[in-house]
Design a protein around this ligand. Structure first.
Ligand code: HEC
Length: 102
């Protein structure tokens, strides 16, 4: 295969693999346990947004195991994810958009 074509293909697949919005990250990874404004298995995003900073939210997603005590939980049932920086950024901004929403 021609090198330029191969590079273009690689480039487009990386682009396509990137989520484009926090909503997409939410629907892919979090929706089974969290809802935006309703209590599900985990706390709703509006409640999280009202008491946590962006850094805290990201720290929790990166490692619930090392954060749950500091957040006041007796144990953690949340899955550990390996999101990249962009996904982390998108999802934490998305959560914070629910601040003050009912
Ligand atoms: C398997 C179910 C599950 C999934 C999937 C899940 N969570 Fe959670 N999450 C929980 C539960 C349950 C808690 C309550 C504390 C605990 O058990 O760790 C929680 C707590 C949290 C907290 C801290 C809440 C607080 O007190 O501020 C954040 C932030 C959070 N989740 C974000 C996410 C994000 C973002 C995703 C998707 C990338 C996600 N969670 C996916 C179950 C889940």
């Amino acid at each position: 295969m021609n090198k330029a074509l191969l590079l273009t293909l690689l480039w487009t697949t990386t682009l396509l693999a990137q989520p484009s919005s926090g909503k997409e990250v939410f629907e892919t990874y979090c929706w089974g346990c969290h809802h935006q404004t309703a209590e599900a298995f985990g706390p709703p995003f509006n409640e999280i947004a009202s008491k946590r900073s962006k850094q805290e939210i990201q720290a929790y997603i990166i490692s619930p195991e090392s954060m749950y005590k500091a957040f006041g939980y007796r144990r953690t049932a949340m899955t550990q994810f390996h999101l990249n920086d962009q996904e982390l950024n998108l999802i934490s901004d998305y959560i914070l958009t629910f601040k003050g929403k009912k």
